[in-house]
Design a protein around this ligand. Structure first.
Ligand code: SF4
Ligand code: SF4
Length: 259
């Protein structure tokens, strides 16, 4: 597992050297899922009947490596303060991180193949059914199975480094020891505590305490894409994850003020 973390760090360092530009990221997180974890089979009923299992990506898959590239705090702060539209820096971080994830995926594939095993990846995004807006390979659910974190009331994935960032995953025939899943929910609300700061951030009507309207959410993401028409596809929003208690770490309950 340590060598995988190191190879991810090597891939990031070499990509940064070659490409330069803004540095949007904190230390990456990594976890491993067993490809035969029974939770993968449940994704067909939980997410979509067409959701893949690891063996659909690479026959004989034994493990799935999942990594999270957490954004620097300033990226979330700028998105929080940018008004109706996502911040330009948030949109740029999205585009750049997708390129970085592709580079990390390729590097991991090379390393694994050099050891005599097979590996396969799916893109960080845009691998979804355009009508249902549901992915056939959910990085978030795969990250959950691998033990990288838990889901928030904002429908984002909360890791030890928060939910502001992006996930990538690689399925392989190499057998790796699976990571442990967290014992409880990271989200304060799901943990029975007072929060729901994410709900108040969604002024677009997509996120409510008891529901999430995927179509409305995606409409807002496309508004941002149209707003940044000078950029490649940036169907992002992320306001419900920007500068909330779970943005950059496992959220902690605010101390009560003395009465
Ligand atoms: S803002 Fe609060 S309620 Fe919303 S996902 Fe984060 S921890 Fe959970
Ligand atoms: S991404 Fe934007 S539109 Fe979608 S739920 Fe979050 S705040 Fe609402």
């Amino acid at each position: 597992m340590q060598w995988i973390k190191e190879e991810i760090q090597n891939a990031i360092a070499s990509w940064k050297r070659e490409n330069g530009g803004e540095d949007y990221w904190r230390e990456p997180l990594t976890a491993i899922a067993s490809a035969v974890d029974p939770l993968f089979d449940r994704l067909k009923s939980l997410v979509d009947p067409e959701h893949c299992v690891p063996a659909d990506l690479v026959p004989g898959a034994k493990s799935v490596i999942v990594f999270f590239l957490p954004f620097e705090h300033w990226v979330g702060r700028e998105n929080d303060r940018s008004g109706h539209y996502a911040a330009r820096s948030w949109a740029q971080a999205y585009v750049t991180t997708n390129k970085l994830i592709a580079a990390v995926n390729l590097h991991l594939q090379d390393c694994i193949r050099k050891e005599g095993y097979e590996a396969a990846t799916t893109p960080a995004t845009h691998n979804f059914d355009e009508k249902k807006l549901i992915s056939r390979w959910s990085h978030k659910h795969t990250a959950y199975i691998a033990g990288l974190g838990t889901f928030g009331a904002n429908h984002l994935f909360i890791t030890r480094a928060g939910c502001c960032g992006r996930l990538g995953s690689v399925a392989t025939t190499m057998e790796l020891p699976p990571s442990k899943r967290p014992a409880g929910e990271y989200c304060l609300h799901k943990n029975g505590q007072h929060c729901l700061k994410c709900i108040s951030k969604c002024v677009y009507g997509a996120l409510r305490e008891d529901s999430y309207d995927r179509q409305l959410c995606y409409r807002q993401c496309l508004e941002n894409d149209a707003h940044y028409s000078d950029m490649p596809l940036v169907d992002v929003c992320g306001k419900c994850g920007a500068n909330v208690p779970c943005s950059y770490s496992i959220p902690v309950r605010e101390a009560r003020r003395p009465s």
